[in-house]
Write a protein that binds this ligand. Structure first.
Ligand code: NAP
Length: 290
């Protein structure tokens, strides 16, 4: 895919593997500075070696508010502006676990991390014209037909396969709802930053690592390559016709593979009262707002 993106400062979370690493390679090869925001020091350094001189590794565990604070401070000391934040880090079918903040791991990583990091970095995004936040979601966001609010910061242990699948689906819907709601709030506050959600279809990666069957599926030769998978991320990051608030998916019926195009989200994400409820619950619980 051709793009003129150059000399930009781009943060990509979870960029030591899969779609994040592939996006990092692409953006660095075009002459941008890519911040590899990865949680594991060894993997982060390895990613830096792979991506090359246009990259910098700054440790970030998106499931930890302390780590997000530290990352934002370190980034702030080194850079006066940010052009693109790509919220990409994610987990699927994770074994039961609470983070150091006491939050369920999939909820913390897939949703809360997007929310916290975006809000922390808005002061830097404001310093750059045409800046944007890209929120990677999934076609799994379509599967939820009615929101079960028990999946918002669940107290209950997420242990059955059904619960693990449902929390993955819910957190992908929450990411999307957050992305749309953020755009509306940015406009309301006259903040010239765009918020765009996208999904990659289904592409080879390590996403299935926590469940043997998913691990096999995500390595199948019929799956799209990660190069194919990042098309929607690159489109969302570079397309000047996007005004913010869109969901970029793929131009095929099941959206597993294809070329990027703006698609309709799960109708639940279009219900403002639900988005407002999600935002309010997040702010009330974690005390950070735009
Ligand atoms: N591949 C697909 O078909 C597909 C489809 C729909 C949506 N997605 C979404 O795409 C995103 C990228 O997934 P992928 O397919 O590229 O999977 P992947 O190969 O497993 O990559 C996930 C990345 O997220 C990182 N990560 C996980 N928890 C983190 C944390 N707490 N802090 C920082 N980084 C963390 C991982 O780091 P470690 O290596 O240290 O664990 C890894 O770098 C995910 O959000 C996923 O939901 C993927």
């Amino acid at each position: 895919m051709k793009t003129n993106l150059k000399n930009k400062i781009i943060i990509i979370t979870g960029s030591n593997s899969g779609l994040g690493l592939e996006s990092a390679k692409k953006f660095a090869s075009l002459g941008n500075t890519v911040i590899l925001a990865c949680r594991n020091i060894e993997y982060g350094n390895k990613a830096k070696r792979i991506v090359g001189e246009n990259s910098l590794f700054i440790p970030l565990d998106v499931s930890s508010s302390e780590s997000i604070d530290k990352f934002a401070r370190k980034f702030g000391h080194k850079f006066s502006k940010l052009d693109i934040l790509i919220n990409n880090a994610g987990v699927m079918l994770h074994p039961p676990k609470k983070t150091e903040d006491g939050t369920e791991i999939t909820f913390a990583t897939n949703y809360l991390g997007y929310f916290f990091l975006s809000l922390k970095l808005i002061p830097k995004l404001i310093c750059s014209p045409n800046s944007r936040i890209i929120n990677v979601s999934s076609i799994a966001s379509y599967r939820t037909e009615k929101i079960n609010w028990d999946y918002f910061d669940p107290i209950k242990k997420i242990s059955s396969l059904k619960e693990k699948r449902e929390i993955y689906e819910h957190t992908n819907l929450f990411r999307l709802m957050f992305s749309i709601e953020l755009q509306e709030r940015l406009i309301k506050k006259n903040i010239p930053v765009k918020s765009i959600a996208c999904h990659p279809g289904v592409a080879k990666s390590k996403l299935g690592r926590h469940f043997f069957l998913a691990k096999l599926i995500y390595a199948l030769p019929v799956m799209s390559s990660t190069r194919e998978g990042v098309k929607s991320i690159i489109y969302s990051s570079t397309n000047s016709n996007l005004s913010g608030g869109e969901f970029v998916g793929l131009n095929t019926k099941n959206q597993h593979k294809g070329d990027p195009i703006i698609v309709d989200p799960n109708p639940l994400a279009e219900i403002k009262t639900l988005r407002q409820k999600l935002w309010k619950m997040t702010v009330e619980k974690y005390g950070i707002d735009l």
